[in-house]
Design a binder for this molecule. Structure first.
Ligand SMILES: [Zn+2]
Length: 317
């Protein structure tokens, strides 16, 4: 199961207690993927949901709030997005009642207009705003997180909502900003997408809903990734040191060989000669190990080795 699916499953795993929050959830679903239509002069509404469980959850809410019996959950293979495979249609007077209650339509029955104020009266209470976002995410949200074992370059953190209208996307981005997140808005294939890329913020959004089990699993992922990153950094760092040491050792041994072949090691002062012989015999030793063996400090050893390299450099040919 994808991470998005886990979050969605958690969202509908608990029944919603209060009517105001039930209304907010349905309003979120409707704003996210609902469709208004007119058939035979009658107004109708489609709730479109990605899973059968989600569609059943919506059915229960319609029953509990409006005493509306959903007669059929239809499955559409034609809808473009997998977020709206299951469809619940309501028409006529009941559709109008539902849409007015959800804050989608406003005005008298003979002069209905669509209320584009997404987060207006429905989301006044904090509990309702959270519930609205649950519905919205369920209907039009998606979220991906890095898969364990894969490199982070192709599977970063990403959470998004998709809308048909730019105003809806902008209103959602504004609301997310108000709760402390920094979403961006972009367009893709004629749709408007509100997205968040920061792992920390995605975690915060899921905590806001709240979906605590999913929060734990994203924290777990973030920690594991952090550990993996640190250990990679450590490895790179160790390797860098090692490379530098090896290069230095090779330079020193080349210098010592050059002196030996041209003027002979005996021409070196005793302290330098001792170091040259020790280095030549122990090319793999680190400076610390070599200094230890010679009973001198690391900086003293370093100084003498540099001196040897200088002498070698001064020898022509
Ligand atoms: Zn509420």
């Amino acid at each position: 199961m994808s991470f998005a699916q886990k979050v969605k499953t958690e969202i509908i795993s608990k029944p919603i207690k209060d009517d105001h929050c039930k209304i907010a959830f349905l309003s979120g679903v409707m704003r996210g993927s609902g469709v208004l239509f007119e058939r035979d002069g009658e107004l109708g509404v489609d709730f479109r949901i990605g899973t059968e469980q989600g569609a059943e959850f919506v059915s229960l809410l319609l029953k509990s709030l409006f005493n509306y019996d959903v007669r059929e959950i239809s499955v559409s293979e034609n809808n473009l997005s997998k977020n709206d495979r299951f469809e619940i249609s309501v028409t006529g007077k009941e559709a109008i009642t539902i849409l007015k209650t959800l804050g989608i339509l406003t005005g008298d029955d003979d002069q209905l207009t669509v209320d584009f104020d997404f987060y207006g009266k429905i989301c006044k209470k904090d509990c309702c705003l959270r519930s609205f976002f649950k519905g919205l995410f369920y209907a039009s949200g998606n979220c991906t997180v890095p898969t364990q074992g894969k490199s982070s370059s192709n599977t970063g953190y990403h959470l998004e909502f998709t809308f048909s209208h730019v105003a809806s996307a902008q209103a959602t981005a504004d609301k997310l900003s108000q709760i402390g997140l920094s979403p961006k808005v972009t367009s893709r294939k004629g749709k408007y997408v509100v997205y968040i890329k920061s792992a920390e913020e995605i975690k915060d959004f899921i905590a806001f809903l709240p979906a605590p089990v999913s929060v734990l699993s994203i924290i777990d992922l973030m920690i594991n990734k952090e550990i993996a990153n640190n250990s990679n950094r450590q490895k790179n760092c160790d390797l860098g040191n090692l490379n530098r040491q090896v290069t230095a050792s090779i330079n020193q041994i080349n210098a010592i060989n050059k002196i030996e072949k041209s003027v002979g090691l005996k021409t070196l002062k005793d302290d330098l000669k001792t170091v040259a012989i020790a280095r030549k015999n122990n090319p793999d030793q680190t400076l610390v190990e070599l200094a230890d063996e010679l009973g001198i400090s690391k900086s003293c050893l370093n100084h003498r080795l540099r001196k040897i390299v200088e002498i070698a450099n001064d020898i022509k040919g």
